[in-house]
Design a protein around this ligand. Sequence first.
Ligand code: NAD
Length: 281
Amino acid sequence: MADQQGYGLLKGKKGLIFGALDERSIAWRIALACKREGAEFSLSNAPVALRFGDLDELSEETGAEVFPCDVTNEDEIEELMQNVKEEHGKIDFMLHAIGMSPNVRKKQDYKELNYQWMQQTMDISAISLHKVIRYADEADILADGGSIVALSYIGAHRIFSKYSDMNDAKALLESIARNYGSRLADRGIRVNTVSQAPTRTSAGKGIKGFDGMYTFADKIAPMGNPTADECADYCVTLFSDLTRKVTMQNLYHDGGFVTSGIDEQMINDLAKIYADDEGDE
Ligand SMILES: NC(=O)c1ccc[n+]([C@@H]2O[C@H](COP(=O)([O-])OP(=O)(O)OC[C@H]3O[C@@H](n4cnc5c(N)ncnc54)[C@H](O)[C@@H]3O)[C@@H](O)[C@H]2O)c1
C-alpha cells in the first residue's frame, strides 16, 4: 500500500515522527504512508542515529525537516519542540517509535539485570513518551483533536523471555499512554499504543532469538505477521479523523496472534513431532 495512491486521509495535517533510522524502521514506513496521505511532518532521532542512519534520504523523499533530539535529554526535547513550533505552528499527530535496552543488547540475563542499564531502558523506551508529550504540550504545539501513537509489543502482557526488560518498558509505555490520554481527552487529543507483531528491523535484529519469536508469532497468527508497511497503514487511520474517539487503548496489530490458541494444522504437526520423538526413544 505504501507505494500506492493514498486516500488523502491526512490532508492538511501536520506531525512529528520519532524513530526512523533506516528504510526498514517502522517509523520510516509510517513516514512514507503519512506523506502518501497528504501530511506534512518533521522527523527526529538521536544525534548518533543521524550520524549512522539514513535519515537524510527519507527527509529528501518526504520533504520533511530533520531535528536531532536524544529523548533522554529534557533540554534537547524542549529545543526540539520550539523548532517544530517554528516549522509547523501546531501539530495534529505525533509518532513515538523509540526503543532500546542495553540489557537486551548486551544479552544480560533477566535475573541478573544491570539496574543502571534498566533505568536507561525505561527512560529511552517508555518515560520518553511522557517527556515528549509534556514538552509538546508546554510549547503549546498540540492541536485540539490530534492523535499520539506509540509502538508497543505483546511482551507488555505476556512473557517473551528474550525481550527481557523491554517487556517491563512496554508495560510502562502503555500505562503512560492511558494516563496521559485521560488528561488530554477534554481537548479531543487521543493517545494510543499500537502493539505490533515482530518485524524485521534494526531493533528487532538486536534481540537474541528474534527469528524464533518471529516464526512463533507468524505460525500462531491466523493472518501471519503484518509487515511494517501494514502497520503504517493502520497508524494512518489512527492519525486521521476517522478514529476521533479511540483513545487510551492498546491496539493489537498482529494478524490475530493475541487471541489465538492452536489450530488443526499445528495440532497435527505437533502430534507428528512428538510421535517421532517417542519413536526415537
Ligand atoms: N521490530 C519489532 O519487532 C517491533 C515489534 C513491536 C514494537 N516495536 C517497536 O517499534 C518501535 C520502533 O522500532 P523498530 O523496530 O522500527 O526499530 P528501529 O531500530 O528502526 O527504531 C528504534 C529507534 O529508536 C531510536 N532511539 C533509540 N534511542 C534513542 C534516543 N535516546 N533518543 C531518540 N531516539 C532513540 C533509534 O535511533 C531508532 O530510530 C520501537 O518502540 C520498538 O520497540 C518493534
